[in-house]
Write a protein that binds this ligand. Structure first.
Ligand code: SAM
Ligand code: SF4
Length: 332
């Protein structure tokens, strides 16, 4: 029973945010004073399990756990371990995590044991002072220890770096070299217009990846790769090193035609497009009946409303299509 949206896209990828909380306060993601959801609003671990398992029974093959910071949710390993049963049965093909890395020293091995093989770790700079500035509360050394632990456990790592004008432009080649030396992939992300409209203008931080790519091409020869993940990332190979580099360019390219994903928040809201306000509630149908039929109906109805694409656009010098919610709400 496959999930097919109105534009004939099969939905096989669920990104699940398990908490809105985080131990960092990255400037492009959260404000310093965040008001978090009361705990009673959150789905319990059992409810997250039932919700996710229902998606899997409806054709989801890939599950990414995100947040907030997923590894700060209490007892989250219980949930990862429970998802292992879907990997064992073959219903689920891949279980991944996106993390800021702060808790990896502790969780890398348990994650591997639960069946996770690939993780994304977000690092925008390798300079300790700049790292503290951009994450406000983060410490680079702790994250680097986490990377070591993850590699020792056998996890494959992809580094996610948000491209920020005037902030990490000068680290383009050092970030690349760092990843190459450690056998990690790297993906650059364009900063997206999320967050408070008033005092957080993402346009000031916007470093288009078309510029970043041109900078890379001054030193390297790049070959476009056909590898697609159904998502926003496009990949190139750096011929001189053999390393592949990803670009997530929601603003300079549109990737919606091949979108295979939906996002669910820790309160059970489903967002069928990162760049649109439209959402539906899955918590009420989840809680209304222990039978999964109601929930399945609500999932189908939500996917029936999946929009064709997003409307982000900086091309007119203003951030059109800005979302008022923070990225930590849906987990990116
Ligand atoms: N806390 C985890 C982490 O940082 O990897 C997972 C959640 S975080 C919201 C997921 C990704 O969203 C991170 O790679 C982060 O850099 C990215 N992100 C946050 N705000 C963003 C924004 N305004 N534009 C682009 N990417 C953003
Ligand atoms: Fe936390 Fe990730 Fe947002 Fe940074 S990007 S504040 S680590 S949720």
């Amino acid at each position: 029973m496959d999930l097919i949206d109105p534009f004939q896209r099969a939905i096989t990828y669920l990104r699940l945010s398990v908490t809105d909380r985080c131990d960092f306060r990255c400037v492009y993601c959260m404000s310093e004073q965040m008001t978090f959801l009361p705990k009673k609003e959150l789905l319990s671990l059992e409810e997250l399990d039932r919700l996710t398992s229902t998606f899997i029974s409806m054709g989801v093959k890939k599950l990414r756990i995100t947040g907030g910071e997923p590894l700060v949710r209490r007892d989250i390993m219980t949930f990862f371990n429970a998802m292992g049963r879907h990997l064992e049965s073959g219903a689920l093909e891949e279980l991944c995590v996106t993390t800021n890395g702060s808790q990896l020293a502790r969780f890398a091995q348990p994650l591997y044991d639960a069946g996770v093989r690939r993780i994304n770790v977000s690092i925008d700079t390798l300079d300790e002072a700049k790292f503290a500035e951009i994450t406000r509360w983060g410490r680079l050394a702790q994250v680097l220890k986490g990377l070591d632990a993850a590699q020792a456990a056998g996890l494959k790592i992809k580094l996610n770096a948000v491209a920020l004008k005037g902030f990490n432009e000068d680290e383009l080649f050092s970030l690349l070299a760092f990843c190459h030396e450690r056998g990690m992939e790297i993906t650059f992300i364009e900063v997206m217009p999320m967050g408070d409209l008033g005092n957080e203008n993402r346009l000031d931080q916007y470093w288009p990846l078309s510029d970043l790519r041109a900078r890379l091409e001054e030193r390297f020869t790049l070959t476009d790769l056909s590898r697609r993940t159904g998502g926003p990332a496009r990949y190139v190979r750096v011929n001189e090193t053999g390393q592949s580099v990803g670009f997530i360019t929601p603003l300079t390219h549109n990737f919606c035609e091949s979108c295979n994903r939906v996002r669910v928040t820790c309160t059970g809201e489903i967002y069928t497009c990162l760049g649109q306000e439209g959402k539906s509630d899955l918590r009420a149908p989840l809680r209304a009946s222990t039978d999964d039929e109601l929930l399945q109906g609500a999932i189908r109805a939500a996917i029936g409303l999946k929009p064709k694409g997003h409307d982000f656009d900086y091309s007119r010098g203003v951030s059109d299509g800005q979302m008022t919610r923070h990225m930590s709400h849906t987990g990116g």
